[in-house]
Each structure stands twice: as structure tokens, then as C-alpha cells.
Design a protein around this ligand. Structure first.
Ligand code: PRP
Ligand code: URA
Length: 207
């Protein structure tokens, strides 16, 4: 699997609420939280498992446990909007943070913060960002975590532009991408169309 577009009725419904320019910050956040849980369910469906022996009250049995630790990596700021929902579904996950802001003129990603747990090489790393536009921020993040040893990487974005998805598939073909929706294109300012505007600004009320 390279890119999976989830095409889920509830995600489509909630995403439409988020796209509406009249939706206020608190409702925007609430819908993003709910979508995060739905996307977490999909993006963790096939996490590798190991056998695990237990005693139920009736008998012994071989059950299953996650084989590897999960590390969530939200791309600041908007990726934080996915974090609570993912941590609700995978409460044992550790969290690495990366701060990246797109330069408004060049659209190039500029990294300003990075802090990760150790053992990325032995973990499943799930990168979180609601918006995948040119793909620059996600590529920068994946380059960074690969340098730190990460090998098993998934990228979860709510809205993608075809240009950005293609760039990531080309640069990091080993990374599985989970998208809530694939939009039409980017405009001349690098915004996804129809999109939902600036996700970070709408999430934190900084418009
Ligand atoms: C937005 C968004 C992504 C990035 C996507 O962040 O949250 O991280 O743009 O664009 P790209 O695919 O072209 O790199 P932004 O740089 O606006 O920072 P913010 O989240 O702090 O607002
Ligand atoms: N970042 C956003 O928040 N929105 C876009 O449409 C593109 C990049």
C-alpha cells in the first residue's frame, strides 16, 4: 500500500463541517479530534503483533500484543490537532515533536524545533499533519526521522493535494500515506483547493 484514501462517511461529514468558512475555532477543533480517532483506527489496523501468553479466568491462551512501540510525531502547529485523538486510541504511544513553518514566499519548510524519543529504529512512527500541500513539511519530517533511524513510517493527513502526495510517493516510496480526502490542486499561494484554509490558524484562532 502506498497511499490510502479513507473515504469514510463520518470523516467526509466532519471534514465538510471543517471546510465551511463559517465554522468557528471550537467546532473546528472538535471535528478534527473526532476525525483523528477515526483515522487512528484505520492507520493502526495492521500494526505488527506478537503472540502473548495469558491466563483468562477460565484457561490459558495465546493472545496478541503490539510487537513494537508506537511513536506519534505531530508537525507543529496543526499536527497537534491530531494528537489527542491518536493518543486516545493508542495511549501507550510516545510522542516526538517537530516544529516546521512554511516560508510564505518560497513555500519551503523551515524547521524550528525537534525533540524525539529514543529507539525510533525499533518503533512504528506515525507522522501527523492535517494538511499535505506541496509535501515539503512532511518530506522534511520524514528525512529527519529517517536520519534518527526510523524505518517503519506512516504519514496521516486529513486533506492532500495530488502534487504533494506524488512528491512523497517519489521521495519516500516506503512510507504508507493515509488521507482523509484528496483535493483538486494547489493555488498560486500553495493553498489546497478547495481545502479548508490555514489549518493551524483555524485550529488555534490566529487568523
Ligand atoms: C501548514 C500545515 C502543514 C504545511 C503543509 O503548516 O499544517 O504543516 O503547512 O504544507 P506543505 O505540504 O506545503 O509543506 P504551516 O507551515 O502553515 O504552519 P502552522 O501549522 O504553524 O500554521
Ligand atoms: N497549509 C494549510 O494549513 N493549508 C493549506 O491549504 C496548505 C498548507
Amino acid at each position: 500500500m502506498a497511499t490510502k484514501i479513507l473515504n469514510h462517511a463520518l470523516i467526509n461529514h466532519k471534514l465538510t463541517v471543517m471546510r465551511d468558512k463559517n465554522t468557528k475555532c471550537n467546532i473546528f477543533k472538535q471535528n478534527l479530534d473526532e476525525i483523528a480517532m477515526l483515522m487512528a483506527y484505520e492507520a493502526t489496523k495492521d500494526l505488527p503483533l506478537k503472540d502473548y501468553k495469558i491466563e483468562t479466568p477460565l484457561t490459558g491462551m495465546v493472545g496478541q500484543q503490539l510487537l513494537k512501540e508506537v511513536v506519534l510525531v505531530p508537525i507543529l502547529r496543526a499536527g497537534l490537532g491530531f494528537l489527542d485523538g491518536f493518543r486516545t486510541i493508542v495511549p501507550t504511544a510516545k510522542v516526538g515533536h517537530i516544529g516546521i513553518a512554511r516560508n510564505e514566499k518560497t513555500l519551503e519548510p523551515e524547521e524550528y524545533y525537534a525533540k524525539f524519543p529514543s529507539n525510533l529504529d525499533k518503533s512504528t512512527v506515525i507522522v501527523l499533519d492535517p494538511m499535505l500541500a506541496t509535501g515539503g513539511s512532511a518530506i522534511d519530517t520524514i528525512d529527519n526521522i529517517k536520519k534518527r533511524g526510523a524505518k517503519d513510517i506512516r504519514l496521516v493527513c486529513l486533506v492532500g493535494a495530488p502534487e504533494g502526495v506524488e512528491r512523497i510517493e517519489e521521495k519516500h516510496p516506503d512510507v504508507d500515506i493515509y488521507l482523509g480526502a484528496m483535493d483538486t490542486c494547489l493555488n498560486e499561494m500553495g493553498y489546497i483547493v478547495p481545502g479548508l484554509g490555514d489549518a493551524g490558524d483555524r485550529l488555534f484562532g490566529t487568523e
